[in-house]
Design a protein around this ligand. Structure first.
Ligand code: FE2
Length: 405
């Protein structure tokens, strides 16, 4: 154990932190057929199924719908048109369909976009308004006095079909505003799904490039969560075990899609990796990546895979205490060497990204150098920048983009 880790555990008692992990998680094999039995325990009766066309075409949706009816629940309606990045209009359409069909619960079957769409549609379904009107943290209606917990939404269950986002257990959702070219976040305790079903059968048809990019999103969550200014003991436990699982399973899950154990362990890793971010904020890899998605449609996990290495080098150079946190990450990931931990860890991540077959440069995914000023503007304003261990200037963010081009 290195010196700083000792310090963090013995002297680093924080004045305050909060941590909440209320989602009932069931993980294992052959769980789709029991979806109705399990979701009934959360109060669901008439379920709106939310998914995308790709998932629907795999036949997974039919298995889940069958599982719901076998458990005595009704399928009120199916919304299967969630795009790669959910947006305000899609969320409104889902909420409207829920009302029209008399649904009283939501089940999201898909990746981050599908789950985030269902989460925010649930807000509109319960409280009305538009998605953008609910932007921000802790802004959902509370009981009469305005204090206390946010009022409950309809029951929401999530069955992730990618192992990356962690949205199935998280309190935030990211939605794209296509007109304004921004991605905005909505976060509150009421958004946390009641039930997450982690079954590798749901990721069996996930193609290797998507397993790779979403897995890199999970890795980024664990790394950024661990080094965040918002670190705390609960978060550390989740982040470090997520990193162990990712180290042992990510490459197998990508290169051997039929490896059910690796695929299942990555689902668990993703659900653990998001938990350090109770506040919904991560670090500047995410700050850099959100505008890449908003302006150039770069998939979230791909953007993180490209942006993470340079942010590690930048952050680790910000002081011995920050470097020490990265040494913990390096140790768990099996990165050897006592020298410059930022460089060693960044090189390790670069090699991993390449071995997974993902792009390694922003210029490969349609981001032009001329876009940097606008990208920097988005990254500076991103909530994730606030919890990064170093406070970057606009010039430093521009330099990070340039290094990733
Ligand atoms: Fe992410």
């Amino acid at each position: 154990m290195n010196e700083f880790a000792d310090d963090r555990q013995m002297a680093g008692f924080k004045d305050f932190y909060q941590f909440s992990a209320p989602t009932r998680v069931i993980a294992g094999r052959d769980l789709l057929a029991g979806a109705g039995f399990e979701f009934a325990k959360e109060g669901a009766r008439r379920v709106l199924l939310v998914t995308d066309e790709v998932i629907r075409a795999t036949g997974l949706l039919d298995r889940v719908a069958e599982g719901l009816t076998d458990g005595g629940l009704a399928v009120a309606a199916i919304y299967d048109a969630v795009p790669q990045d959910s947006d305000s209009a899609v969320v409104a359409a889902i909420a409207e369909l829920a009302r029209e069909s008399g649904a009283d619960a939501f089940l999201a079957l898909g990746g981050g976009s599908v789950m985030d769409s269902a989460k925010v549609a649930n807000v509109l379904f319960t409280h009305g308004g538009t998605a953008r009107e609910w932007e921000g943290y802790y802004g959902l209606p509370r009981a009469d006095d305005g204090g206390g917990r946010a009022l409950e939404l309809a029951p929401l269950a999530c069955i992730p079909t990618t192992a990356g986002t962690g949205s199935e257990v998280s309190f935030a959702a990211v939605i794209k505003d296509r007109e304004a070219h921004v991605k905005y976040q909505i976060g509150d305790f009421a958004l946390i799904p009641r039930l997450a079903i982690l079954d590798p059968a749901a990721t069996a048809t996930l193609p290797p490039p998507l397993a790779a990019s979403t897995g890199m999103d999970a890795l980024t969550h664990a790394v950024e969560g661990y080094v965040s200014r918002d670190w705390n003991a609960h978060a550390d436990a989740y982040a470090l075990h997520a990193l162990r699982l990712i180290r042992a399973n990510l490459e197998r899950a990508v290169h051997s899609p039929q490896d059910e154990s690796a695929r299942g362990n990555m689902l668990i890793a993703a659900a653990l990796a998001i938990m350090p971010t109770t506040s919904g904020a991560l670090g500047i890899a995410h700050s850099l990546s959100h505008p890449c998605g908003a302006l150039y449609d770069v998939p979230h996990g791909v953007a993180n895979a490209i942006n993470l290495p340079a942010t590690i080098e930048y952050n680790a150079a910000g002081g011995e205490d920050i470097a020490a946190r990265y040494r913990d990450v390096a140790e768990v990931l099996g990165v050897a060497g006592a020298g410059d931990v930022g460089h060693a860890l960044a090189e390790h991540v670069r090699a991993l990204v390449a071995s997974l077959g993902l792009p390694t440069r922003l210029s490969q995914v349609g981001v032009p150098e001329s876009g940097i000023p606008l990208l920097v503007e988005g990254a500076m304003g991103d909530a994730c920048t606030l919890v990064n261990p170093r406070a970057p200037s606009a010039q430093e963010l521009a330099e990070l983009y340039r290094r990733a081009l």
